[in-house]
Design a protein. Structure first.
Length: 173
């Protein structure tokens, strides 16, 4: 029976590698996002002199939005892979991000929601720049969604703070 248990545990432990294709897919998604970024940038360059100021601001905000999404994907790729699959061995590479290898699942959740709130803020800012094109109902929905994301982020942070406080209190006793 101990052999069966050991075999099951080994199977479950090695099943973490089933996540690797997800992370590879996210790396490809960063590449696809780069293509869209380049396409948008070339479009902006081609029309910068014939576009209004608000159109240029909207285009630049779209570029910022795409870069935030790309950053979010990298955080998920690095942290998710290291937390759930295997450590990334970069040796003493000078370009290794300082946070890499230090973001646990709890930290990943907070970084994820913070990035989503930032992306939502950019989308909301784009709506405010182009407010004439929106009806009040659509704008209210966007503000409501953004506020919901902010409240969710704060609640995630509070729950993590409570968990850490409880964990420290448990170690002291």
């Amino acid at each position: 029976m101990k052999k069966v248990e050991r075999g099951l545990e080994l199977l479950m432990f090695n099943s973490r590698w089933l996540l690797a294709p997800f992370y590879i897919g996210l790396v490809v998604a960063v590449g696809l996002l780069l293509i869209k970024f380049a396409q948008e940038f070339v479009h902006l360059l081609a029309h910068v002199f014939t576009s209004s100021e608000s159109e240029v601001v909207l285009a630049v905000l779209t570029l910022v939005d795409m870069s935030l999404v790309a950053n979010l994907l990298l955080i998920i790729i690095f942290s998710g892979y290291e937390n759930f699959v295997s450590k990334i061995d970069t040796g003493d590479h000078e370009d290794r991000p300082e946070w890499m290898g230090k973001v646990d699942f709890s930290g990943l959740k907070v970084k994820l929601i913070a990035s989503i709130v930032a992306i939502s803020a950019i989308e909301l800012l784009k709506s405010f720049v182009n407010v004439a094109a929106l009806d009040n109902r659509e704008l209210m929905w966007k503000v409501g969604i953004h506020v919901t994301l902010i409240v969710s982020g704060v609640l995630f942070a509070v729950m993590d703070r409570i968990a850490v406080t409880a964990e420290h209190a448990g170690k002291e006793h």
